[in-house]
Design a protein around this ligand. Structure first.
Ligand code: ZN
Length: 444
């Protein structure tokens, strides 16, 4: 049994009380946290395989959880366009996409996420057997929800059948780090039969359903015209609202929609940067939180965002609400950190396993080097409260992450990958991207 000790570290547990331990120790046995607390309260076992000394400057946080991402190699290629103009450009990528594209897209995406402290990703993409392969190489946790559609002209996406094949072959693979959900593009792309099939799979396999909704005003208005009701009402009618459903976006939701999401326990992947970039607007997150909706954070992928850094997402997601409501009390640092960690775990049905640093949970954690100009100075008061939490949310960048651990395995140490070659991934992505861009031209 492998035993690792992390000591002399500032531990942000994100437990129910948001406990911060100024000089903390964690003991990790067989991938799980077997002890956590103040250094003086924990006897260090003599038989540890490794002792990581935080030297009083390393902050330990739960690994960040990106609950809505799309692997891609298309960064900076569909800019300054609103969602309705942007979507046909996005479709070019998919019309030309082959399994090798999907593989290199997943490798580059997961690499960037890992380097920015993200340990779990919900990825919605294509040919996701190749995403599972990439996840295995890098060692992080990935939930796979294929982009599935069956309404013309969107049948070039994945199907219920390919989703089921993926589920049967890859769900709980890589020691449970890779999990498969049912993916549904949205109400325009998917027939009622697809929602029914997703529900059957959800019941049979206990997996979740991931889909998009209410992203742009025109889209929501046309759903209301087409179906005579809102997206949320339609999803309710199709039976998919519930604790095992994760909706991305929900920018254009009304008060009733929000109440329904809260009452059914439907989870939200909030993609603040993507909604801003694509001119969609600002989701009513403070209202959703007040109603009790579980809100987590998604990057929405490189073509939508353009970066995959949840530290940026936490800052932007907070500031855009403070600014738009003229209310600086909204979306505090502790709340943002919960959204990027434990709320994400809950969105994926994994809050008993990951999302906070507590006894018995999996050692999915990141170590942030605080001995850098952008995180100093650090102050403590007599109740052990620290400004470092605000520094981490509003001043830190993914680049400040020094070490990343998933299930007790170190995947990045001092910013170097331990299991894969970063340059190999970048060079492979460049070659594949050049080729993909050429093939994509044929569909213009
Ligand atoms: Zn999306």
């Amino acid at each position: 049994m492998k035993k690792t000790i992390i000591t002399n570290a500032i531990v942000f547990t994100v437990d129910p009380n948001n406990t911060v331990i100024r000089n903390g120790t964690l003991i990790i046995e067989d991938g799980k946290i077997s002890a956590i607390g103040r250094k003086e309260a924990i006897a260090l076992p003599a038989d540890a395989d490794e002792i990581i000394d935080g030297h009083g400057t390393m902050a330990v946080l739960p690994g960040l959880i990106d609950t809505h991402n799309h692997s891609s190699l298309m960064r900076g290629v569909a800019e300054d366009m609103r969602l309705v103009e942007w979507l046909p450009i996005y479709d070019l990528e998919h019309k030309a996409c082959n399994p090798d594209d999907a593989y290199h897209a997943a490798r580059l995406t997961y690499l960037e996420c890992l380097k920015n402290g993200t340990t779990t990703i919900m990825d919605m993409y294509r040919f996701m057997d190749r995403s599972a392969e990439a996840a295995g190489e890098l060692g992080l946790r990935v939930h796979l929800a294929p982009y599935a559609a069956d309404i013309e002209p969107y049948t070039f996406f994945e199907s219920t059948q390919s989703n089921m094949q993926l589920l049967n072959r890859y769900h709980m693979s890589q020691d449970g780090r890779v999990r498969v959900w049912m993916g549904l593009e949205n109400l325009y792309y998917c027939s009622k039969a697809m929602y029914d099939a997703a529900l059957i799979a959800q019941r049979e396999y206990g997996v979740g359903i991931h889909t998009h909704g209410c992203e742009q005003r025109e889209e929501e208005e046309s759903i209301i015209q087409m179906f005579g009701m809102s997206t949320i009402d339609m999803l309710e009618q199709r039976g998919i609202l519930g604790e095992k459903t994760l909706l991305a976006h929900c920018v254009w939701v009304n008060d009733d929609d929000i109440k329904k999401m809260a009452a059914t326990g439907t989870n939200l992947a909030h993609c603040a940067t993507s909604a801003a970039k694509l001119g969609c607007g600002i989701a009513p997150i403070p209202k959703m939180l007040a109603e009790g909706v579980n809100v987590s954070i998604g990057s929405d992928g490189m073509i939508d965002n353009n970066s995959l850094d949840l530290f940026q997402e936490m800052k932007f997601g907070s500031l855009i609400q403070k600014a738009s409501h003229c209310d600086a009390s909204l979306m505090s640092a502790p709340q943002m950190l919960r959204m990027a960690t434990i709320n994400g775990a809950k969105s994926l049905g994994m809050d008993r396993e990951i999302g906070s640093l507590e006894l018995g949970k999996s050692a999915d954690l990141i170590m942030v080097d605080t001995f850098v100009p952008n995180l100093h100075p650090i102050f403590w008061d007599e109740t052990e409260q620290t400004n470092l939490l605000w520094n981490l949310i509003f001043a830190a960048k993914g680049e400040n992450v020094d070490t990343v651990m998933v299930e007790g395995n170190i995947l990045m140490r001092h910013r170097k990958l331990t299991q894969a070659s970063e340059s190999d991934i970048i060079l492979g992505a460049q070659d594949q991207g050049d080729d993909w861009m050429k093939r994509r031209e044929a569909y213009k």
